[in-house]
Each structure stands twice: as structure tokens, then as C-alpha cells.
Design a protein around this ligand. Structure first.
Ligand code: PLP
Length: 461
């Protein structure tokens, strides 16, 4: 007899939110009304919502109970001090600067450290992070390893910093022009791919030799810790909580979107070691976010956040099930013969739309069309990550043509069951069977900025 044992979600369900499977006719009408753009669908028309894992987590009974205990004092809220204790314990940073969400922390950090003309290296860009670096007068330079840009590469740590690229940036611009390197954990735009502890340690050594700070984008650091435990030599016997603290130990501070790893629907923070830097951050915080003991969160938000943060590392079961579910879905889709970014990452499955609908040229928006087709088939909502998201070149006015034309199916934490994943995979496979019938799209409205959010389309022919 095999000693194989299935694992299951490490929770049982106490409160349910009904969802509704609609008719195909209803979805066809909703899709047309939304202009083939899943961002424009009403969530009531969606059956299984895989648009994003940002702010969509289910909270635990302990977190919900914490909402009732939130201290709404304007200054010195008890819930703020709970949050300070949790950040010290879970991440190991002494100084906490609370913000309304991740981009609030990125804004404050960029403003206190970047001067016009500075250069900020990072392991692949993230939209809001890069925006705030440039808004402060800096220039982002990508120093991620080449494998990150290759969807077929099975490198176990595609989020790694290329140390030679980083050294070249230092040689070219001089360390004086580089206030910090922004190191992202489980790199979102690469498909949720981790960096290794050995790589982070080497980045830390190189940067400190040149007096360059290391700032972590810790948004998905827990997911990264799980991959280190699974893949990096010497970490199999350590808990994800221990690994997470070691990650942070090689950095001088972190920005955090608590809407991801931390299991809350809103919140974030900037964490630092240097008290002087923290003082400068707090001086700006009062102008842009709120007083330094709430920074844009209510007392109950901070209470739920402090609890979610502790809960995510209390045992390894949570993260095993979270990433296990993503890999379960990815495995089903791959088993149906459908290509995805490899290896399957920590938060989403990225379907290779260019391979699924090769009859559509990139300027007919293959990933946008495939995303809409999946919605019409089953009410499953994903999002486009391809030419529509990439936008236009401001100089030539042509589309940017990214190498990757992807449909992203992102899994919210603790929200759906394995049965929901089965339904999603069946729908993707059914659409794949009929892929020749998927038609190209053209714009009926194209916004000038961040067009993917609000653009509308119609079918060609
Ligand atoms: C979501 C995210 C952010 C921005 O956080 P918000 O809370 O949405 O402002 C920054 N970095 C990464 C890696 C993210 O995934």
C-alpha cells in the first residue's frame, strides 16, 4: 500500500458568502457590456474571482474578533502598539511607520532617500514601486537575472539579483548616486518567483561594502520563505517564520503591502532599523498618510493586521496550503496540455496566451481575448498581462510588444477550495478545445494612462 496522504486546507468554514453561477447568455451580455475587459465586470456577474490576490484574503475568526477590540484613539492607539510588537517579532524591524497600503510606504521611502538624478536598481520593476522612485526623481534599473524573462526556464530562483549587473550599475553611476537597492521577494511581474537566501546574502555584502542600503519589498516575503525552505540547501529543517526573519536580517528596511501575505483587506507599512531615518519618514507621514500611530489605518485595521501577521507564520500549514493550491491549479492546467510560465509561482498561474491562440497576432490582443473567453465560458475572472498592460511607447506611439502574452489567474488566500480549482481548470481546458474560434479584438476606447484598467474592445470580424 502507498503511504501517500492527501493534504487539505488547514481550516474549516464558519461563515459563507454565496456565489452564483450565471447562464452563458448572461455572461455574454456582461462581457459585451464590459467591453471584453474583466476589470469592468461587476463582481456580481463573476463566479470565481481570480482577478487578484490583493486585499481579497479571508480573515480568521481571531482576526474578526480583533476588529471589535480595535482601539480607535487618534493618537497612541493600543492596536498600533500591538502592530509594532508583531512587526518586531515576525519581521525583526524595530521602527514601524504604518501606511494605508504598500504604495503609501513606497511613496514615503522614495521621498526620504531618493534625490533627483539618483539610480535605484531592483530585481524587476513593480508598477507602483517604479512610479514612486521616478516621481522622486530617480531612475529604476533592472538587475534581475536573465532567466526571469524566459517563461520556459525552470531556474528554481528566477527572482535572483544578477550580481554582475548590480556591480556594473555601481561602476557606471558610482555608489553615491545609488541610495538603495530595492529587493523584491517572490517577484510579482516575473510570475511570483523567489530569490534565494544565498543571493540575498551576497547582495547585502556587496551593497554594504559600497554603503548602499538594501530595502526589501516584503509584500510576498512569506511566499519566498516557503520556496527557500523547499528548494535551498540547509533550509528544509527551518520553519518559514525563521526563514522570514533571516531574509529580513540582510536588509535595512522594508515596504509592505499587507493586502497580500498579511491576510488583511487593507493596510501596509514601512519598517526600518535606523531611528533617524524613521524620524524623517514620520515627518512626511503626517502630511501624506496620517499621524504616526495610525498612518491611514483604523485601529481595527491595525488589530486585524497584527493578528494576521502572527497567524501567517504560526505554523507552516497556512503557506503550504496557500502555495499548494496555486500549484494544484497549475498542475491541472499543465496536465491538459496548456503552457504556463514555469515553474508555477507563489500566487498565480500565468497561461501562455501566445501558445494557446497563435492564430491571433499580438496587435489583436490574444491574452485579452483569451481572458474574456474564459469568463464567458464559466464566469471565472482572470486578467490580461500582455500587450494591453504594456501600453504604448510615448515617443513613437506604437504598442510596446512584451515578450510575454499572458492570462493571469491569481488565487486569493483562504477563499476558494480545491473544488473551485477543479472548475477553473475544466473551464480553461474547455476553452482550449475551442481555441480556434477565439477572435481578435480592437479598441473601442483606449485611455492614455494605465490603459488596461479601463479600455474597452470589440471583436474583429
Ligand atoms: C501589491 C504590491 C505592491 C503595492 O501594494 P499596494 O498595497 O497595492 O499599494 C508593491 N509591491 C508588490 C510586489 C506588490 O505585489
Amino acid at each position: 500500500m502507498s503511504d501517500h496522504r492527501s493534504w487539505a486546507e488547514p481550516y474549516k468554514i464558519k461563515m459563507v458568502e454565496p456565489i452564483r453561477m450565471t447562464t452563458r447568455e448572461h455572461r455574454e451580455a456582461a462581457n459585451r457590456a464590459a467591453g471584453y475587459n474583466t476589470f469592468l465586470l461587476a463582481s456580481d456577474d463573476v463566479y470565481i474571482d481570480l482577478l487578484t490576490d490583493s486585499g481579497t484574503s479571508a480573515m480568521s475568526e481571531y482576526q474578526w474578533a480583533g476588529l471589535m477590540l480595535g482601539d480607535e484613539a487618534y493618537a497612541g492607539s493600543r492596536s498600533f502598539y500591538h502592530l509594532v510588537d508583531a512587526v518586531r517579532e515576525v519581521y525583526g524591524y524595530e521602527e514601524l511607520v504604518p501606511t494605508h497600503q504598500g504604495r503609501g510606504a513606497e511613496h514615503i521611502l522614495s521621498q526620504i532617500l531618493i534625490s533627483p538624478g539618483d539610480v535605484v536598481p531592483g530585481n524587476m520593476y513593480f508598477t507602483t514601486t517604479k512610479f514612486h522612485q521616478e516621481h522622486a526623481g530617480g531612475t529604476f534599473v533592472d538587475v534581475i537575472i536573465d532567466e526571469a524573462h524566459d517563461p520556459a526556464s525552470t531556474h528554481p530562483f528566477k527572482g535572483n539579483v544578477d550580481l554582475a549587473k548590480l556591480q556594473a550599475v555601481i561602476d557606471e553611476h558610482g555608489a553615491g548616486k545609488i541610495p538603495y537597492i530595492s529587493v523584491e521577494t517572490n517577484v510579482n511581474m516575473a510570475g511570483g518567483q523567489p530569490l534565494s537566501m544565498a543571493n540575498l546574502r551576497a547582495v547585502h555584502e556587496l551593497c554594504h561594502r559600497h554603503d548602499i542600503l538594501v530595502m526589501l519589498d516584503a509584500t510576498r516575503a512569506l511566499e519566498n520563505a516557503w520556496f527557500i525552505q523547499q528548494r535551498e540547501e540547509g533550509y528544509a529543517g527551518k520553519s518559514v517564520g525563521e526563514i522570514l526573519r533571516e531574509i529580513c536580517s540582510y536588509t535595512d528596511g522594508a515596504t509592505m503591502s499587507s493586502k497580500k501575505d498579511n491576510l488583511v483587506n487593507i493596510g501596509g507599512f514601512l519598517a526600518l532599523r535606523d531611528p533617524d531615518l524613521a524620524r524623517r519618514a514620520r515627518a512626511l507621514l503626517v502630511a501624506f498618510e496620517g499621524l504616526h500611530t495610525y498612518g491611514g489605518m483604523s485601529g481595527r485595521d491595525m488589530e486585524a493586521l497584527a493578528r494576521g501577521m502572527r497567524e501567517m507564520v504560526a505554523t507552516d500549514d497556512h503557506i503550504r496550503a496557500r502555495i499548494g493550491q496555486v500549484h494544484y491549479l497549475g498542475g491541472l492546467i499543465n496536465d491538459a496540455g496548456i503552457a504556463t510560465v514555469q515553474p508555477i509561482g507563489g500566487h498565480a498561474v500565468f497561461i501562455d496566451a501566445a501558445a494557446v491562440v497563435p492564430h491571433l497576432p499580438q496587435d489583436q490582443f490574444p491574452a485579452q481575448a483569451l481572458t474574456a473567453a474564459i469568463y464567458v465560458d464559466s464566469g471565472v475572472r482572470g486578467m490580461e498581462r500582455g500587450v494591453v498592460s504594456a501600453g504604448r511607447d510615448p515617443v513613437t506611439g506604437d504598442h510596446h510588444y512584451p515578450k510575454l502574452e499572458l492570462v493571469r489567474l491569481t488565487i486569493p488566500r483562504r477563499v476558494y477550495t480545491q473544488a473551485h480549482m477543479d472548475v477553473v481548470a475544466e473551464s480553461v481546458a474547455a476553452v482550449y478545445e475551442r481555441r480556434e474560434q477565439i477572435k481578435g479584438l480592437r479598441f473601442t476606447y483606449e485611455p492614455p494612462e494605465l490603459r488596461f484598467f479601463q479600455a474597452t474592445f470589440e471583436e474583429i470580424g
